[in-house]
Design a protein around this ligand. Structure first.
Ligand code: SF4
Ligand code: SF4
Length: 223
């Protein structure tokens, strides 16, 4: 069944699919949703190269297109899981309707599932860095009660001595402290400073994107 789901998600357009088991369900009153399917869609290199000292309109457009594709993939994937007798809860690629807007937190951080699935690691930039495509991806998740087995070991960290994103971030959001498993985001990355900087680009996506830390990360091989 796991392989069938994976092949189906890939046929719908997923570039990466990973599986993990969570400590507990993030959904209130649905404690059985403890398995996560992580889906990633890659952003085009040529478009990411248009990010210079600020985001480009082309980047914002592809960012939204990737989110829409992910939402379609997870919607259809959840339907397939339900048709096979299990519960499935798609989590949108961009969770701008979190219950607690002031803390910049989502219902379920896609990075948590992605990390536990072994598809990559969390960088100093706070971005999920996949071993295959670096951070030039967008993520979404399906939570389910269908038993799943992670296929890859967890990767603790891969940033080493690199400081590219810390140096490049115009908002001072990246502290340079390497992420360690179990750390809270605020311990190494300021979502508030990142969000405040994005407001400087109101002419691009009403101030909801930046992308400079994606552009400079050596794992993305964009230079
Ligand atoms: S998106 Fe921009 S402001 Fe936010 S951390 Fe990355 S470089 Fe800094
Ligand atoms: S730019 Fe360097 S430090 Fe930042 S996330 Fe990428 S590898 Fe890690």
């Amino acid at each position: 069944m796991q392989n069938l789901i994976k092949q189906n998600l890939i046929s719908l357009g997923a570039d990466l699919v990973g599986f993990s088991k969570l400590d507990s369900s993030p959904i209130l009153d649905q404690p059985n949703l403890v398995y996560a399917i992580t889906v990633a869609v890659k952003l085009p290199d040529a478009v990411l190269k248009t990010i210079m000292e600020r985001p480009s309109q082309q980047y914002f457009h592809e960012y939204r297109t990737a989110n829409a594709l992910l939402d379609r993939i997870t919607f259809l994937g959840a339907r397939l899981i339900e048709n096979n007798g299990y519960s499935a809860f798609p989590i949108a690629a961009s969770q701008s309707t979190s219950d607690d807007k002031s803390s910049y937190k989502a219902i379920f951080p896609h990075k948590t599932g992605a990390l536990l699935s072994g598809l990559g690691f969390i960088g100093k930039s706070g971005l999920f860095i996949s071993t295959k495509f670096g951070s030039k991806i967008r993520l979404a998740t399906i939570l389910t009660d269908m038993p799943l087995n992670p296929e890859l070991p967890i990767i603790k960290n891969g940033c080493g001595d690199c400081k590219e994103c810390e140096r490049a971030c115009p908002g001072g959001a990246i502290s340079g402290i390497p992420y360690e498993i179990g750390m809270k985001r605020d311990d190494f990355f300021s979502a508030e400073k990142c969000s405040r900087n994005m407001k400087n680009y109101k002419d691009v996506g009403r101030g909801a994107v930046c992308g400079i830390c994606i552009k400079v990360c050596p794992y993305n091989r964009l230079k």
